[in-house]
Design a protein. Sequence first.
Length: 225
Amino acid sequence: MVQCLDGLKQLYAALVNCFDADLSRQPRGLQNPEALARETVFSVSEIEALYELFKKISSSVVDDGLITKEEFQLAIFKTSNKESLFADRVFDLFDTKHHGILDFEEFALALSVFHPNAAIDDKIEFLFQLYDLKQQGFIGRHENFLLKVTDVRIEKNLFELKQMVVATLAESGMNLSDDVIESIIDKTFEEVDTKHDGKIDKEEWQSLVSQHPSLLKNMTLHYLA
């Protein structure tokens, strides 16, 4: 997850230059930035600068004013060929209209949660959704899935949480034994699953983050302030 969010940080760093640009005129195609600013923690000028970044990303492959998953991958990893569970999950969370593309409204609303002034509860909820792969309202242990790691397709009956751990290690180029990964998951559930039902619900997740606030470190992008 660190590499994926670091990629987002690099993407948003472009905002610094945008803020220095002359944004006195409303960018073409940007509708009612004042209304969008009211729905987010961004100021009107930040919305306008964000739109300049959006235009750059949305024209990187096809200049159609929309961000495809390929363009999203390209913006984060500088290549559209690298598959990433985290990039897919972040894109899916941004894609609230479920069209497989991002318009500017979705882009701005989703980025708002990474703003330093965004509510902590919103950051916790976003991170929870990132790990709730099946969108069931909890992070479960057992899940059948197909995961591609280092160009080798693997089909296993793995833990949902384990899927995220494996993906994190793959992002970092680390390879731990299956036993070590299982041990990490077991210890996590021993600490977090206070209801002993084999899953982590939002209440338990909130408690975990309260005890380990460093989990939210990458949920704040200071470039957005």
